[in-house]
Write a protein that binds this ligand. Structure first.
Ligand SMILES: [Zn+2]
Length: 72
């Protein structure tokens, strides 16, 4: 449960400011709740996976086209 030292009160994650600070005194309390700006940020290794998948599918497409071309 997030707790603000300055205001001596507990916070519900949804009642904090979107950046995880106290709406009363502005002190940082806890990490922002899920679904916030930070949760939308995609980790870098996700893009490596997307790139690898794109290269793989592109290569398979080339192979498929070459296979089709050989039959005619
Ligand atoms: Zn406070």
């Amino acid at each position: 449960m997030p707790w603000c030292e300055g205001c001596s009160r507990f916070y519900n994650p949804n009642s904090m400011a979107p950046d995880g600070t106290c709406t009363n005194c502005g002190a940082f309390i806890a990490d922002p709740p899920e679904g916030g700006e930070h949760a939308a940020r995609v980790p870098w290794h996700f893009w490596i996976m997307v790139l690898a998948l794109t290269l793989y599918l592109g290569w398979r497409l080339v192979q498929g086209l070459a296979w089709i071309a050989q039959r005619f």
